[in-house]
Structure formats: structure tokens, C-alpha cells
Design a protein around this ligand. Structure first.
Ligand SMILES: *[C@@H]1O[C@H](CO)[C@@H](O)[C@H](O)[C@H]1NC(C)=O
Length: 423
């Protein structure tokens, strides 16, 4: 697994060539496998009829009194969560999986792998067992967003939610996580590839190159937009407006608890529904802190994402204001308290541990190519039986959870095997 250590850049590059070939072979295999693609006309703003969608049984329609005016509401169950990369979105995904399972909702799931054929734009035919006219409740796996296609899968009352993160930190995170699968970075020399790159990005970057989107405006790219825009391109503002019209709530990773409280309020869920353990977290020694100079450069380089983030950071705080600043503080405090209680109940040693220390492979999160940097958890042996199932679900990483939901992950597993065995 430590096959990269001790190799010079060019050797790493040569080492990676078979992988790229294998990835491509797998993609071809996948297209053959995925032959039951359905041919559908381009019917604009089609949604699936609400009468077809699965709804909550009467007995499940709990009435909460959550909003300030003490209105009654019943939980919303039709949700599009646009899962962005490197934004704490795996933790949100776990919350959605748990809620969907609890209420026996229908997920539109990927087939063979854990994403909808990313970075290809989303198509409804990529959904496992898709048949025309069918309705789902929740779409939540990684995709390159394509509103028209998503809308056909969900009832018209579906709530659209996503999450953004500060683009400088996101850039650092994506660079670290993906650099071994981005050939553009292989020739970067020096101690710190990230700093070398940011000091002169144009010396290394090409918008045409394989996987280059991980290096520039990744959030814009995930939303289906062109990511190689000049700073003053009017498409930046237009795209932001487009998203603003489509998404009901944009969460901000830096204010994670506040985000969850707004989500809970919008969806009329309970505090229990949004309990979480941070999943897919990187060991701190693998995080490079950007100094102010590098941060400035990272934001300049990812200018479209920076505009996007600033815009939705503002709308986010306007929502917090509308919710009530004091009320928010109180609710955040309660959520944090409940999460700590859950840690005590569920987690051995109460905290995340390195991958090597995870005893049960069920709880081992997916690791990036060439290193073991993603932390995970050990579940306590002695658990109050009332909490056992909840603990287990809260601790289950994305891949294992998808398996539990019935997704065959042969492409992901094959790739994982190659990742860990080929040098
Ligand atoms: C986000 O909004 C908050 C509240 O207005 C502000 O304090 C913070 O500086 C903003 N962050 C960015 C990156 O603009």
C-alpha cells in the first residue's frame, strides 16, 4: 500500500499508466454492462407525478412544532441532495440514508459504483433499475448536476439542498485527495506540490487534461457548469443565479451545526434525525494549512467558486437571521450536546482513529490512492441495545451503507483492489 514511497515523480507517473488504462477498460465494461439504458425524449421540466411517489404512512406523519410561529408541519421526504466533493457531504449522506431507511423511502441509487458515473453529466438512465415514469424520494449520490434529468425522478414538491465549502480549503483538500489521479500534478517538483502549483498554476494546468476539473473551480464543475471561466465572465453570476433559483437551501460546511439546524427546520425533521459523527475526515497531519498568501492565490485561482461561496454564505446567514440568532445558538448547543452523548454511547475511545486501527472492516472508510489518511471509528462492544442499530448506522461509511441499501459496487471494488494492489 505504501507503493508510492521512495519513487521519483516519473516513476510514479509510469506506475500510474496501467491504472489509467484499467480505469478506461472498466468504463468500457461499464457501458456494456449498462445496456438497459432507456431512450427518453427531452421532456423539459418534467417531474414525476406526486400520486406515483411513495408517501409517508399516516402513522409516520409526526407533527412537530418547530418553526417560530409554532406552525405544525409534517416531515418532508422528497429530497434532492447535490453531493459536492470534499465538503463534508458524506456526513450529510449518512443522515439522509438513515432517514430514508427509517421511513422506507425510495432512493435513486447508482449502479455498480458509488456515484452516477461522475464526471459525466447525470442522466436518469444511470439510476439503478430505472424505468420511465417511476418516482423516487431521495437522490443523494455524487453526480455532475443536471437539473432537467434529476427533476424527472422526483415529485414536484422535492426539496433541493446542497453544501458548499470555503474554496481555498476545498482546493487544498481536493489537491491532496486526488493528486495521484491527476496526471497534471505528477511533474510538479519540490517539497510542497500544492505551493508550487499555486505559485504558478498556468505552468502546470491545462483545461483539456485528464481529471483537470479537480484542480479548478471544482464546485462549479460539480454543479454542471464550465469550470474554466475568467474572473469577469458574466456566466459566473448567471450560474449562481441559476442555482439560487433551484436550490431551497445551500448548507455551508464551515457552519455545519447551523446548517443542520436549518435543514431540520426546512424539512420538518427531529433533532434525532440530524445526529451525526463526522465521516470521511482526514488525519490532521495530512492537512496542509494555507498561509494568507497561499489562501489568496487559491481563491484567485478558484475565482468562480469563491463568488459562489460568498453569495451563498450571505444567503445562509440571512436564513440564520430569519430563524432567530438566539434560537439558533440554543439549538446548536443542544445538537452538539446530543452528538457528544452519542459518541459516548457508540464509539470506542469516543473519537476517530487512524485507518490501521479500525478493527472491523465494516467501519473502514475508503482511502485515497497511495495512503491511509482517512480516519474512522471503532464501535463500542458493549452498547445499550436500544442504541445498537442507530450507532451502527451512524458509523457506517458511504460504500458499506450503499451495499446495505442493495447497490452492487463491483466497479468501485475492482478499482479499490487495483488501488491497493498494483504498483
Ligand atoms: C460568511 O458570513 C459571515 C457572516 O456574515 C461572515 O462573518 C464571514 O466572514 C463570511 N465568510 C466569507 C468567507 O465571506
Amino acid at each position: 500500500m505504501s507503493w508510492v514511497k521512495g519513487f521519483k515523480g516519473s516513476a510514479v507517473a509510469r506506475g500510474l499508466i496501467p491504472w489509467i488504462l484499467l480505469t478506461n477498460i472498466m468504463m468500457v465494461l461499464y457501458s456494456f454492462h449498462n445496456t438497459n439504458q432507456v431512450n427518453i425524449g427531452n421532456s423539459e421540466d418534467d417531474t414525476c407525478p406526486i400520486s406515483v411517489a411513495k408517501s409517508l404512512q399516516k402513522s409516520q406523519t409526526v407533527v412537530y412544532q418547530t418553526s417560530r410561529s409554532r406552525e405544525e408541519c409534517s416531515p418532508k421526504i422528497n429530497i434532492m441532495f447535490m453531493k459536492t466533493h470534499k465538503t463534508a457531504s458524506s456526513t450529510i449522506l449518512n443522515i439522509l440514508f438513515r432517514f430514508g431507511e427509517k421511513h422506507k423511502l425510495r432512493f435513486a441509487l447508482p449502479d455498480g459504483r458509488n456515484d452516477f458515473f461522475y464526471p459525466a453529466p447525470f442522466l436518469r438512465s444511470q439510476v439503478k433499475d430505472y424505468r420511465p415514469g417511476e418516482c423516487f424520494n431521495i437522490v443523494s449520490n455524487h453526480m455532475r448536476f443536471n437539473h432537467q434529468e434529476v427533476a424527472t425522478l422526483l415529485p414536484p414538491d422535492a426539496v433541493y439542498v446542497t453544501i458548499l465549502r470555503d474554496p481555498a480549503d476545498l482546493f487544498e483538500s481536493a489537491f491532496h485527495y486526488y493528486h495521484r489521479v491527476i496526471p497534471l500534478t505528477w511533474s510538479i517538483g519540490g517539497e510542497n506540490k500544492l505551493v508550487e502549483f499555486l505559485n504558478n498554476p498556468l505552468a502546470f494546468y491545462s483545461s483539456e487534461a485528464f481529471n483537470s476539473f479537480y484542480l479548478k473551480n471544482l464546485q462549479f464543475f460539480d454543479f454542471g457548469f464550465e469550470n474554466n471561466l475568467e474572473a469577469d465572465d458574466p456566466h459566473v453570476a448567471k450560474s449562481i443565479q441559476y442555482l439560487s433559483n433551484r436550490f431551497h437551501l445551500v448548507l455551508i460546511a464551515e457552519y455545519f451545526e447551523e446548517s443542520l439546524i436549518l435543514l431540520k427546520d426546512l424539512l420538518c425533521w427531529s433533532m434525532e434525525d440530524i445526529l451525526y459523527f463526522k465521516l470521511n475526515m482526514r488525519k490532521s497531519s495530512f492537512v496542509s494549512r494555507l498561509d494568507s498568501e497561499m489562501r489568496r492565490k487559491a481563491l484567485l485561482w478558484n475565482w468562480a467558486d469563491w463568488k459562489l461561496y460568498q453569495y451563498f454564505n450571505e444567503t445562509f446567514w440571512a436564513k440564520v437571521e430569519a430563524y432567530g440568532a438566539e434560537r439558533m445558538k440554543k439549538d446548536v448547543k443542544e445538537l452538539k450536546k446530543k452528538n457528544i452523548e452519542m459518541k459516548d454511547i457508540c464509539i470506542e475511545g469516543r473519537d476517530a482513529v487512524e485507518a490501521q486501527k479500525i478493527q472491523n472492516s465494516r467501519f473502514l472508510p475508503w482511502q485515497p490512492v497511495g495512503e491511509q489518511s482517512i480516519l474512522g471509528y471503532n464501535m463500542r462492544r458493549e452498547i445499550d441495545p436500544r442504541f445498537r442499530t442507530l450507532c451502527e448506522k451512524m458509523l457506517t461509511p458511504e460504500i458499506q451503507y450503499l451495499s446495505d441499501l442493495g447497490v452492487s459496487l463491483w466497479i468501485t471494488r475492482l478499482w479499490g483492489w487495483l488501488k491497493d494492489n498494483i504498483s
